[in-house]
Design a protein around this ligand. Structure first.
Ligand SMILES: Cc1cc2nc3c(=O)[nH]c(=O)nc-3n(C[C@H](O)[C@H](O)[C@H](O)COP(=O)(O)O)c2cc1C
Length: 216
């Protein structure tokens, strides 16, 4: 798949088949993502991919945590709409307005899927060392996008989601990560269910002239 085609084909998948992604494919995707540029080629990122029994433990741990009302404590703390600019708020409002009818049209599928971490067969946790600086976080964002584009190019769908990292202690415990390892983000990987509403939902973008200035 050509790169421009992959950029436009990638979209958030919120319901996966239980078909596993081969270890070689997961490894290839991460190797591709390593081509991401970073400050001084620092490559601060690390990746832990949970599959199989480990991922089942994480899914069960998240379900139990939700049931008991455990307070979310993501390592990159959650931001609220008030923390964003007016422009970003307008865009988020538009997204909510288009996405919520999708949820409401089939709430059982949405909440069941989300409650099981989208039933993804693999989740790539993007890790940093404790107290990362702003440029490492910038680099990790770029790494995340390269990873998702590489997945698209290799026929694997993806979802970057806060929902996947809101209880990082459960993830550290299940994978055996040291306490100081920062679980910055999670990217679900797998094969999309041919699901009429959730997975066929597509987002739009503001016209480019709203975000672009070319000064000559
Ligand atoms: C940092 C980040 C956090 C996200 N968290 C969630 C989430 O918690 N739940 C969700 O359904 N989607 C989540 N998403 C997916 C976005 O909603 C999605 O990328 C955006 O609406 C654009 O849609 P697209 O990915 O289909 O192009 C997240 C994406 C990013 C980059």
């Amino acid at each position: 798949m050509e790169i421009i085609e992959a950029i436009h084909a990638r979209h958030s998948t919120r319901a996966f088949k239980d078909t596993p992604v081969p270890v070689e494919t997961l490894t290839d995707i991460v190797r591709d993502a390593q081509q991401t540029p970073s400050w001084g080629n620092s490559q601060s990122w690390q990746v832990a991919i949970a599959t199989g029994a480990t991922l089942e433990r994480i899914k069960q741990g998240f379900a139990d945590a939700t049931q008991t009302g455990l307070t979310e404590n993501a390592d990159l703390s959650k931001v609220h709409r008030g923390d964003f600019s007016a422009f970003a708020n307008q865009n988020m409002g538009h997204w909510v307005g288009t996405f919520h009818p999708i949820i409401e049209s089939d709430p059982t599928t949405y909440w069941d899927s989300r409650g099981h971490l989208y039933r993804a067969p693999a989740i790539a946790y993007l890790l940093l060392d404790q107290s990362p600086n702003s440029w490492s976080i910038y680099d990790l964002g770029a790494f995340s996008e390269t990873l998702m584009l590489a997945a698209t190019g290799r026929g694997v769908q993806s979802l970057a989601s806060y929902e996947l990292v809101k209880y990082p202690d459960i993830i550290r415990e299940a994978i055996g990560l040291p306490n100081k390892k920062f679980v910055a983000m999670g990217v679900a990987l797998g094969y999309e269910k041919p699901e009429k509403t959730l997975n066929q939902f597509r987002t739009d973008r503001v016209p480019v002239d709203q975000i672009l200035t070319i000064a000559d």
